[in-house]
Structure formats: structure tokens, C-alpha cells
Design a protein around this ligand. Structure first.
Ligand code: DGL
Length: 277
């Protein structure tokens, strides 16, 4: 196993195909305000969720290597698609760097409140992988799981269509089937979906608990950093550095609106060039 230096001041690396992972980063910023964070969004190659397993693994591994080169002390896979398809590969590349993923977190949430019928919405790649049913039923084999792929949500969210009428129409198309299946809870199995949580919750109605794995993923990260004694002892607010693989502007506009804070350091990165260095 590769052995990297996990210094207390080193940043936490959070990554996703686009801005969905900001929903996880927001939780980390609020729960661990002194931590430095590097966020990586592969907006040049998104969406991942409609791509093949081979392609997703390749992209995930490139990003993991990029983050390792930035000396991260922990990696958060803030993308369900990558968690479903390439978690083991990322952990192998990361060696002793702890890796937290959102599917383990979401599955724990889905089994924690006595739910009997649980819906999961996610990208086609996550749904096809069956990662959620497998992980949930490993924890509780009696839970019935109903899965629904929602391929159009990610591109719409990245385009900023989070309040748009078209989104509502498409959301009905995906969710009405689940609504009539008497589910107790619905897992947002894609980190982009919390950005349209209100629309989803409105369609599903009050009786369905909406599960966003971000908080549990963040708690897991906190637990690991605490147990390894590598929480940042600094008392100042952490530094946030964003890396994207294409034009940063849209990412910045939507991201700032969502995070409620300025994104000062957004850098365009060419993954291939960087890795060749
Ligand atoms: N946020 C990613 C996820 O959680 C979206 C993947 C995509 O790019 O399709 O699955």
C-alpha cells in the first residue's frame, strides 16, 4: 500500500463531475470550518452518469491522482456515480489516504429509521450498477428498494435550470411512478439532486422522507479525521481552492449561489498535462 504524508494542515480533496459535489462540500465547510478544502469538478467531461464503466473509472482515477498530487489528507468522492463504479480503484490509488464515499453514507441513512420501502433516484450508471440495493440490503435484507434513473437532471442542474418549468415536467415524468409505490423514503442518489430538492419533495409529498447522504458522509469524514488525529488545529477559517476542467464562469455563478459564499480561487486545470508533469 502506498504511504502518503497526512499532515494536519493538508487539504481535504472533494470531487465530482461538476457542481453536485458542492452539496457535500457545503456540509464539510459548515461542520469543519477550519479545514482547507480542494474541490475538483470535471465540467469538461460531465455528465459521468450516462457513460461507460471503463470511462468513469478512467476519469475517476485521473482525478484521484490529481488530488493526491495536491497532498490531500483525505478524499471525499462526492459523486454517487464514481462511488458506485470506481470506489475501490480510487482507494487503491490513494493508499493510506482515507476515502469517504456517498453511497456508503446514503445506504446507512436508508437503513437507520425503520423504513420498509425505499426509493433511490440516481444517474443511469449508478442505477445500473445496483450499488445502492446491494449496500442497503447488506445492512438490512428486508428493505424493498425501488430504483429510478433520472438522466436529464444533471445536465439541467449544470445549466442552472433548478427552478425551471421544464424541470418540473421532467421531474414528474421520473417521480410519479415512485410516488404511487408507497415508499417511506427517497434517497437522493446523486449529489446534484439536493440542488432541486424542493421540486422533488413537492412532487413526492410530505409522507416521503427525502434522504440527502451529504450529512452522513461529512460525519464519517469527521469521524475518520478525528480517529487518525489529523483534524486541522488552526482556528482560522479554512482556505477553499476550486479546480475545474473547463470554463469556470458558469460553475462560479451557480456555485456561489448555492454555497452562499464567494468562490475566489477557481483554477482551470488540464488533467492530462498535469499528470504528464
Ligand atoms: N453528482 C454525480 C453523482 O452523484 C453526477 C454524475 C454525472 O455527472 O452524471 O452521480
Amino acid at each position: 500500500m502506498k504511504n502518503f504524508d497526512l499532515s494536519l494542515n493538508n487539504p481535504i480533496g472533494v470531487f465530482d463531475s461538476g457542481m453536485g459535489g458542492l452539496t457535500v462540500m457545503r456540509e464539510i465547510m459548515s461542520a469543519m470550518p477550519h479545514e482547507n478544502i480542494i474541490y475538483f469538478g470535471d465540467i469538461a467531461r460531465l455528465p459521468y452518469g450516462t457513460k461507460s464503466v471503463t470511462t468513469i473509472r478512467k476519469f475517476a482515477l485521473q482525478t484521484a491522482k490529481f488530488l493526491i498530487n495536491q497532498n490531500v489528507k483525505a478524499i471525499v468522492i462526492a459523486c454517487n456515480t464514481i462511488s458506485a463504479i470506481a470506489k475501490d480503484e480510487v482507494q487503491e490509488a490513494a493508499g493510506n489516504i482515507p476515502v469517504v464515499d456517498v453511497i456508503s453514507a446514503g445506504s446507512r441513512d436508508a437503513t437507520s429509521n425503520g423504513y420498509k420501502n425505499v426509493g433511490v433516484i440516481a444517474t443511469p450508471a449508478t442505477i445500473n450498477s445496483k450499488a445502492y440495493p446491494v449496500a442497503i440490503n447488506q445492512l438490512n435484507p428486508t428493505i424493498e428498494i425501488l430504483s429510478q434513473a433520472c438522466a436529464l437532471f444533471v445536465p439541467m442542474i449544470e445549466e442552472g435550470f433548478t427552478q425551471h418549468k421544464a424541470l418540473e415536467l421532467i421531474a414528474h415524468d421520473y417521480l410519479d411512478i415512485l410516488k404511487h409505490q408507497n415508499i417511506d423514503a427517497l434517497v437522493l442518489g446523486c449529489t446534484h439532486y439536493p440542488l432541486i430538492k424542493d421540486t422533488i419533495a413537492q412532487i413526492m409529498g410530505n409522507s416521503v422522507k427525502i434522504i440527502d447522504p451529504a450529512i452522513t458522509a461529512c460525519n464519517e469524514l469527521n469521524r475518520i479525521l478525528t480517529s487518525k488525529n489529523i483534524l486541522n488545529p488552526n482556528q482560522e477559517k479554512g482556505n477553499y481552492h476550486y479546480f475545474v476542467t473547463d470554463i469556470p464562469l458558469k460553475f462560479k455563478e451557480n456555485g456561489e449561489r448555492f454555497l452562499g459564499t464567494k468562490m475566489d480561487k477557481i483554477e482551470l486545470v488540464n488533467l492530462d498535462e498535469y499528470l504528464d508533469r
